[in-house]
Design a binder for this molecule. Structure first.
Ligand code: C5P
Length: 425
């Protein structure tokens, strides 16, 4: 290959396979050559001809093609590249990788490679949340596989939505560039480095190096009909600042964010959701994590029956809006019997009796620490400063009014110490 950087792109069998055509084009624009393997299932979605036309190289499809083996062979194919990228990484491909199966060209190349592997999972949300997929992803975590996505949103299947959409070509491209940039820890965090940071030369060891931190941020939107929703006021500034501070401290960070007007923090894998139920699903999908910080202003209720068409003002009775309670994400995670993060942190925005209410909330939710913020004064909601009290079973630590970025940095340092102090020596 003529370009100085090259990837081996393995295109799996999913509707998102078409996005790989755009990815190949974007890679070329960036001077990154792609050599492609198209799985049998992938061929149902894109053709070898379209792939090879865009890549400017033949597209490999068959493990037992004598010509291919004579030409290059699957071992050389998997090693004469800088990075292997699997997109879409289907549940089937992930399962094969996790178990070391090698029964076609794609899985054989993945097993034979001595290069790093980046996967862009894509599947139905239920498949993504299935215990088997969770197990397989945990195995890939141990194996040091890099991950980008999946995102939350509508599925190709009618009426289905949730976490499982493949990351967009621009996101995958950014993840590839970061992986190709080498050993720097920030790029690995940025694309969701699942494994431990490589020992020696693995980059600046921050206080949270090698740990996974999960943060929720922003409001949730609970649909009433296609144009209206219920929400809390929340800018997401504090939650996003915490995610950025955890990344700066060396953690791999997953930020599950409701709709906000903020850019995704640098070096953080951000999953965008709308409703509380989507937020819970995204949080559960992102586990395991050592530290989970729930800063989102989740709507307590949603309407019992969302209207599928816009509700009309017809001049007569007001429409009845029956509400039902949303899942409490913080309490659900804090009370998990298995896979509970070591530290579960909640927020409590109060206008009066800030500490007393926070102490009650600590017990009710089953978390380890509540960051109680006094929203009685003006300007906290959407503003840049925050006055917080850290409430644990052991007592209360009150901080002066600080910029939200400063609260985030101090909180991350505090949690790192707390987590380290709880681990056996
Ligand atoms: O119950 P309350 O809304 O006062 O609790 C606030 C804390 O609980 C915050 O940490 C918030 O992110 C979390 N929470 C949640 N899911 C809900 C409601 C609140 O995670 N449905």
């Amino acid at each position: 290959m003529s370009a100085s950087r090259s990837i081996l792109l393995i295109i799996g069998g999913g509707i998102a396979a078409y996005k790989c055509l755009e990815l190949i084009r974007r890679l070329k624009d960036r001077g990154i050559a792609s050599r492609c393997i198209l799985t049998k299932a992938g061929e149902a979605f894109v053709t070898p001809l379209s792939v090879s036309s865009l890549a400017g190289e033949r597209c490999f499809t068959d493990l037992f093609s004598l010509t291919d083996e004579a030409d290059i062979g699957h071992i050389a194919l998997s090693r004469s590249t800088d990075l292997l990228v699997v997109a879409p990484a289907t549940a089937d491909l992930i399962a094969k990788m996790a178990n070391g199966l090698a029964n076609d060209l794609a899985s054989t190349a993945l097993l034979a490679t001595d290069k790093r592997v980046l996967i862009a999972p894509a599947m139905n949300p239920r498949m993504w949340q299935h215990p088997a997929t969770r197990r397989n992803m945990a195995q890939l975590e141990k194996d040091g596989v890099l991950v980008v996505g999946p995102n939350s949103g509508a599925m190709a299947e009618r009426g289905e939505s949730g976490v499982g959409r493949m990351a967009e070509p621009a996101e995958i491209l950014a993840a590839i560039e970061r992986a190709l940039a080498g050993e720097a820890p920030a790029p690995q965090r940025a694309i969701g480095f699942l494994g431990r940071l490589p020992g020696g030369g693995g980059g600046a060891p921050g206080v949270l190096a090698g740990q996974h931190v999960l943060v929720t941020s922003g409001p949730t939107h609970e649909p009433i009909d296609p144009v209206r929703y219920i929400a809390n006021r929340s800018s997401g500034k504090q939650g996003h600042a915490i995610a950025a501070a955890a990344a700066a401290a060396g953690a791999r960070v997953t930020l599950v964010s409701g709709p906000v007007a903020l850019p995704d923090p640098e070096g953080v894998e951000t999953v965008h959701v709308e409703s509380a139920r989507e937020m819970l699903a995204a949080v559960e999908a992102a586990l395991p994590a050592q530290i989970a910080i729930f800063a989102a202003a989740v709507a307590d209720w949603r309407v019992a029956a969302e209207a599928t068409e816009k509700m009309k003002k017809d001049g007569s009775d007001l429409p009845p809006l029956a509400l039902i309670e949303n899942p409490d994400i913080l309490a659900t995670i804090a009370r998990r019997a298995a896979g509970r993060p070591e530290l579960v942190v909640g927020f409590a925005a109060e206008t009066e009796n800030v500490v007393t209410y926070a102490q009650a909330k600590l017990a009710r939710k089953g978390c380890d620490l509540i960051v109680a913020n006094d929203v009685g004064g003006t300007g906290v909601m959407g503003g840049d400063a925050n006055t917080v009290h850290l409430v644990t079973q052991d007592g209360v630590e009150s901080w002066p009014t600080l910029a939200k970025g400063e609260v985030a940095t101090r909180l991350v340092a505090h949690l790192a110490r707390l987590a380290a102090g709880r681990r056996p020596a």
